[in-house]
Design a protein around this ligand. Structure first.
Ligand SMILES: [Zn+2]
Ligand SMILES: [Zn+2]
Length: 248
């Protein structure tokens, strides 16, 4: 509710595509994803992984972990961003460049109109892969729970924001943090934009690894190029399994 109250007026005030309706094509499917992932998986991970993290944090006596957890919270917050974004950059890139993994991630890219709700369209296998890649370094390095909470709340909002149908552009900032402009290009099916802008938050990883695409224009065409992902949530859940079994 809060997310809808924040993002729908924001999209109305600064629409990138003013013609696009709030109840656009595929919104019912994405609302189901929103319910399943935010109310289900996100809460489960919040209430299971965080206690494990708190436990590990208290149980461990590693000097490195203690040193990391003793740093100021704002510094740990930045370190978590740097570490997790590096891992998720490569997970995301593998999802695009390994054909079998693309079948999982194609579900996220199947949305043809971008808005805040489109961020929820993620296959459960992708959520698990990202959780694993994201949480493992947090566990191992032993960041303080308050820094982890702050990070989780922040990236949850940010992930929704970069999908939103907003025309807000940030001249210098767009090279420092992922903006809607940056991630909309990632979703574009235009040739030059395909397999670019993998970073979730820090475009510096795309710059370092040669995958940035950030022209002065904005993206306009979205979706997968093969256009073979079915529309409903069940069909989309089955899509990678069907593709693997049929060998396509
Ligand atoms: Zn992608
Ligand atoms: Zn996306």
């Amino acid at each position: 509710m809060i997310l809808a109250l924040v993002f729908i007026p924001l999209e109305r005030a600064f629409p990138k595509d003013p013609e696009q309706k709030v109840l656009r094509k595929g919104w019912v499917t994405d609302l189901k994803y929103f319910m399943v992932s935010h109310l289900g998986i996100q809460l489960i991970s919040f209430f299971t992984i965080i206690p494990i993290q708190v436990y590990l944090h208290q149980a461990s006596n590693w000097e490195l972990q203690q040193w990391i957890a003793a740093q100021p919270i704002w510094l740990q917050f930045i370190e978590i961003l740097l570490v997790v974004d590096f891992g998720t950059y490569w997970i995301h890139r593998a999802m695009h460049e390994v054909p079998a993994l693309w079948k999982i991630h194609a579900v996220h890219h199947s949305t043809e109109q971008m808005d805040w709700l489109a961020s929820s369209r993620l296959h459960v296998l992708e959520i698990l892969a990202n959780r694993f890649a994201g949480y493992l370094p947090i566990f191992i390095l032993g960041f303080a729970p308050s820094a982890v909470y702050a990070y989780l709340v922040f990236v949850s909002f940010h992930a929704i924001f970069i999908h939103a149908n907003v025309r807000l552009r940030f001249p210098v900032l767009r090279w420092l943090i992922a903006t809607p402009e940056f991630h909309h290009w990632h979703h574009s099916s235009e040739d030059a934009a395909v397999d670019k802008n993998y970073a979730g938050f820090l475009p510096v990883y795309d710059v370092l690894f040669g995958t940035t695409y950030l022209p002065t224009t904005t993206a306009s065409r979205y979706g997968t190029r093969s256009n073979d992902v079915p529309e409903g949530i069940v069909g989309q859940f089955l899509y990678p399994f069907r593709s693997w079994l049929s060998g396509k």
